[in-house]
Design a protein around this ligand. Structure first.
Ligand SMILES: Cc1cc2nc3c(=O)[nH]c(=O)nc-3n(C[C@H](O)[C@H](O)[C@H](O)COP(=O)(O)OP(=O)(O)OC[C@H]3O[C@@H](n4cnc5c(N)ncnc54)[C@H](O)[C@@H]3O)c2cc1C
Length: 442
């Protein structure tokens, strides 16, 4: 049995086979009887949406060629296994940047489309899928379909945010973003509670292209919801920039012992992080790497959670009930004694996501990491789901390893429509879990 775990190292899969297509014109392998296929990018999804326990993974990392780039318009066509990091290396010196980027550059273009990822600029531009112009899908019957808003439109919508289930994307064409320099003007602002967070978000969204907040979710009572609000804009080319210091790379060579991350160490880390900024507002000029990808400076940081791994939880709750819901989620987490490293809080904008099953919707999104402590952690996350359900929100499949079929089917009633476009030879651990039961009966 072959492994290829996901980023959270939970659950631990046993794949029957891992095949590596080397050329975009190859046909798809025929899976063994009763087995299924699932494409895989760089495995940066936290849960089981990039796993196919008992089945075959199609590792797309060899499909990593540039196919064409128009330097005047910024339209890039590339194979779907090309990573964001490879793109940035080639594009930034010519003044082009990714239109939307997550908190790591170690993802593939195929993974970005299949989860219709969002970034710190969601309030301005929406999701990555909004920048996709065309893509090619290879289906298990050998058919190659070019999909775009004008051709095979419904399959295009099903593939964006389609969790890799509609076939193998061989190439993708999307619009890059012109930027004046590789630097950003950044401000970090301390806030002491959730009301202040919402005020800052309202004030910043019109003035800043990128916004996100880190919250100390271990703080209680009057400190509940305190954190640091980060906002930034690309810096004009004419403005002075500091010399770029070569980054210091660190790596976690081995899995840390499980006891290392406990309530005390996580509480201390949160307090130190919050306390490291003494003044209320701190301004600086930052290269794009530490601003967008601070975690990438520590390779394999997921090993800090030990062999049992961890669960990430990301939800969005719509405007209206957002404040009450976020307050409720923080109070529940803080009371549970279950610890999370810094939580991430962000306001999504109202530009519609193009995918059938895209996660983002207008409202507030919260993301947290929990060390896997078995039943205790799973029970807490189930309780968080019930708060999210009550407020009409949803949980992000790219980060999920445990939501019930019932929750999924309430969060994503469009799943039945997606099911019509799923390639009959494709499946994933996630998909089997959340569609196994009729959620209405749970
Ligand atoms: C530190 C960190 C920060 C993150 N921050 C964010 C964030 O801010 N916003 C956000 O939205 N996400 C974020 N993520 C999640 C990550 O962006 C997504 O999970 C992304 O999809 C991972 O891409 P991948 O290439 O690793 O794909 P994988 O995780 O390997 O696969 C993801 C999905 O894509 C499918 N897929 C991959 N390639 C293809 C293909 N060629 N054809 C068809 N389907 C394919 C797979 O089947 C699977 O369903 C973060 C992850 C990490 C580790």
């Amino acid at each position: 049995m072959r492994r290829h775990a996901s980023w959270g190292n939970y659950p631990r899969p046993g794949h029957q086979d891992i095949l590596t297509p080397r050329w975009r014109c190859n046909t798809l392998p025929v899976p063994a009887k009763n087995s299924t296929l699932l494409p895989r990018g760089l495995g940066r999804s936290y849960g089981d949406s990039c796993l196919n326990d008992g089945g075959t993974l199609l590792d797309t990392r060899r499909l990593n060629h540039f196919m064409g780039f128009d330097r005047d318009t910024g339209v890039l066509r590339c194979e779907a296994g090309l990573s964001f990091s490879e793109i940035l290396e080639a594009s930034t010196r010519h003044g082009w940047f990714l239109p939307v980027s997550p908190g790591t550059k170690h993802i593939t273009v195929g993974g970005a489309v299949a989860n219709d990822i969002h970034g710190k600029n969601h309030h301005r531009v929406g999701t990555f899928g909004r920048f996709v112009r065309r893509l090619e899908l290879l289906r298990s019957d050998g058919e190659r379909l070019v999909c775009s808003p004008a051709e095979n439109e419904t399959l295009f919508r099903a593939t964006i945010g389609g969790l890799g289930l509609t076939g193998l994307m061989t190439w993708v064409e999307f619009q890059m973003k012109r930027v004046p320099s590789e630097f950003l003007d950044v401000e970090s602002i301390r806030f002491t509670n959730l009301d202040e967070f919402f005020e800052l978000a309202e004030d910043s969204d019109a003035k800043f292209e990128y916004t996100v907040a880190w919250v100390d979710c271990m703080a209680r009572d009057r400190n509940l919801g305190r954190g640091l609000f980060l906002r930034g804009n690309h810096r004009e080319a004419s403005a002075a920039t500091p010399p770029r210091r070569s980054p210091r790379w660190l790596a976690v060579p081995l899995y840390a012992p499980g006891f290392l991350l406990n309530g005390l160490t996580i509480r201390a880390f949160n307090a130190l992080y919050y306390g490291r900024q003494r003044e209320r507002i701190s301004s600086r000029v930052s290269h794009f790497e530490p601003f967008f990808y601070p975690l990438d400076f520590v390779a394999h940081w997921n090993r800090l959670y030990g062999r049992r791994g961890f669960l990430q939880y990301q939800c969005v709750v719509p405007y209206g009930g957002d404040r009450e819901a976020v307050q409720g989620l923080f109070s529940r987490i803080s009371a549970s004694g279950e610890a999370s490293f810094l939580a991430v809080l962000k306001v999504f904008g109202d530009l519609p996501s193009p995918g059938l099953l895209s996660f983002p919707r207008p409202g507030v999104t919260l993301a947290l990491d929990f060390p896997n402590r078995g039943r205790r952690t799973l029970d807490l996350l189930e309780e968080l789901d019930s708060i999210v359900r009550r407020f009409g929100g949803r949980v992000y499949p790219a980060k999920d390893a445990r939501m019930s079929a019932r929750s999924f089917q309430i969060f994503y009633p469009e799943w039945l429509e997606l099911a019509q476009y799923v390639d009959p030879a494709f499946s994933s651990s996630f998909w089997r879990r959340v569609t196994a039961a009729d959620g209405r009966k749970d």
